[in-house]
Ligand binder design. Structure first.
Ligand code: ACO
Length: 311
């Protein structure tokens, strides 16, 4: 019977159809999705922290309102994604435990500090820009709940990217000190954003199978290249230099060449040894513990509601 299930699943995947929560699916497909979606959810939640640090220091009411909305959106994306992962039979408590114990991964990019206000703009422009490049194809992911969640997430990410770019445009029209601050933030974030797309295809253990299953639609290197090509003209308009002497248009390929990414540093960070890993996790764990009374109150309220409904 399993063979028949497998054949039906394969046919659906080959026809580019969607797999839904109650459909039969191979255990490895389920496992890969739980891994990717939960890592993605954790990234959204931890991703609130670097920018959250700047909410109380935003330079104007307008910037503060934008930043508050954006950070709140990221929290919403995290909850959305945990729900999508839950449809695969893993509880939210299990996923959160993975994050809080340091077992689960989340995006490397959030383990770097936000040193100046320009970092907030650069995170919008480059980090959210990279995130969109990676997430638009996930709207066509073979797993229905993940694909549908990505549609809304991408719309909001697009707003995040634009607000960051616009903030930087304004700063670049300011004083020399402001322009220097933007350039410094670009210098610190550029290479980290290229690494966000994940290891080179040859060193990416999950890519082959994930692409055959229609979970990933483009390889890590292909998305990285698209991001470089899309960002170069934006940097020119902004008036900043991307910190890579090897970055140049390659006429023959019709794409940009770029320099070597420091993969040793990437793996250090992924394995918990980045500049902010400890602090990010400690902040998350504390927020979870401080929120215990809210969860208890909500659970007590639900019990009371249920009892009232019985009467
Ligand atoms: N940061 C941390 N870990 C990473 C990163 C990264 N930037 N890139 C890859 N890894 C991890 C993978 O999770 C995997 O670890 P695991 O085997 O322990 O699960 C390992 O490195 C090997 O990588 P791949 O084989 O390339 O893994 P995968 O096929 O899952 O591709 C990718 C990685 C591209 C990040 C994919 O999981 C994905 O598209 N995820 C959804 C998007 C996402 O999570 N975005 C989060 C950041 S954007 C934001 O939140 C604003």
């Amino acid at each position: 019977e399993d063979a028949a299930h497998q054949a039906r699943f394969d046919a659906r995947i080959d026809a580019d159809g969607r797999i839904e929560p109650r459909d039969w699916m191979p255990a490895a497909y389920r496992k890969t999705l739980v891994r990717q979606i939960s890592q993605h959810a954790h990234s959204e939640i931890v991703g609130m922290l670097p920018e959250g640090n700047w909410i109380s220091r935003a330079p104007s009411l307008k910037r503060k309102a934008i930043l508050l909305a954006k950070v709140q959106d990221e929290g919403g994306h995290g909850l959305y994604l945990y729900s999508a992962a839950e449809t695969l039979g893993t509880s939210r408590a299990e996923m959160l435990d993975g994050l809080h114990s340091g077992r689960a991964k989340y995006s490397s990019i959030f383990n770097y500090p936000t040193l100046s206000w320009a970092d907030v703009g650069v995170i919008g422009w480059l980090v959210d820009g990279a995130a969109i490049m990676n997430q638009i194809p996930l709207c066509r992911c073979s797993y229905g709940p993940y694909a549908r969640a990505m549609v809304r997430v991408c719309k909001e990410e697009s707003f995040h990217q634009r607000q960051g770019y616009e903030s930087l445009l304004v700063q670049m029209q300011g004083t020399q000190a402001q322009r220097d601050m933007v350039q410094d933030a670009v210098n610190r974030y550029w290479w980290k954003c290229l690494a966000m797309f994940g290891p080179p295809d040859a060193d990416s253990p999950h890519s082959g199978q994930a692409m055959r299953w229609g979970i990933k639609r483009f390889s890590n290197d292909d998305l990285r290249q698209k991001f470089v090509d899309a960002t170069v003209p934006q940097a020119r308009v902004l008036g900043v230099t991307l910190p890579d002497p090897d970055l140049k248009w390659n006429e023959a390929r019709g794409q940009h060449d770029y320099g070597a990414i420091d993969w040793d540093e990437f793996w250090q960070v992924v394995n918990g040894h980045g500049p902010m890993n400890r602090e990010r996790l400690a902040t998350r764990v504390k927020a979870h513990e401080d929120g215990a009374w809210v969860r208890e109150a909500a659970a007590a309220h639900a019990v009371k509601q249920a009892q009232r409904n019985l009467k």
